[in-house]
Design a binder for this molecule. Sequence first.
Ligand code: ZN
Length: 288
Amino acid sequence: MQDYLVKTTLYDGMVRAYASVTTNMVEEARRRQDTWATPSAALGRTLTITSMMGAMLKGEDSLTVKVEGSGPIGAIIVDANAHGDVRGYVIHPHVDFPSNEYGKLDVRAAVGTEGTLSIVKDLGLKDYFTGQVPIVSGEISEDFTYYFATSEQTPSAVGAGVLVDTDYTIKAAGGFIVQLMPGATEEVVTKLEQKLENFPPISSLIEAGNSPEEILQQLFDDEAIEVLEKMDVQYKCKCSKERMKNAVKGLGSEEITKMIEEDHGAEATCHFCNEVYHLTEDELRALL
Ligand code: ZN
């Protein structure tokens, strides 16, 4: 089934909420990056949240998220656009840990509890928004919650979960972002806090077959939910042979001549999606 997210408002516009199922997206990332279980969860949570943040953008805007923690997976780098395309990788995909005391994948141990979460939004016409906060948890969702409160002054609840199967494939993944808009009343805030406190792990809801709409319905009970937008989300890279050629061109003629004479071609791998591009001697000559 195609992954998608829904964007909604409720309580007369006092609350804005997103929910998504991203099982295929995270599985595609796992397959391409060959991530082991804990890095899959860390990357998957980041991909899920970043794709919902992409849905907050407009037109050709895009954003890049970097989680640079002190843990052994190194940095997590993810970018997304307003059309539901997201891609990302972790520096060290082949590390793993015993489960934590709750029997869950120990994402915090993988990411680390010190470091920074930074976000760069490319808003077109050379207009950039950048925000950076310290890592406060290492569990990813709490770090984004802190980011929204601090950098964007938007009180939010962020949840993202990834369930990894025994063969390392992704069984279920998804998340939500609930945000308070200006003018939200104390009553609404209290109601939401109570609900979120007892909310089951999102990955188990998705494993049980719940759609994004059903997840929101469970979050907000009988409250009328107005779906503003439904958008497909997917792991999609923007690399291409053309881009690779341009990158090689930028190395200069001396370097290209060396590739022709010594290597009889060139090969480059995209960091994001692990796609390998080959350039033949003739293709290299055409760049000179
Ligand atoms: Zn790529």
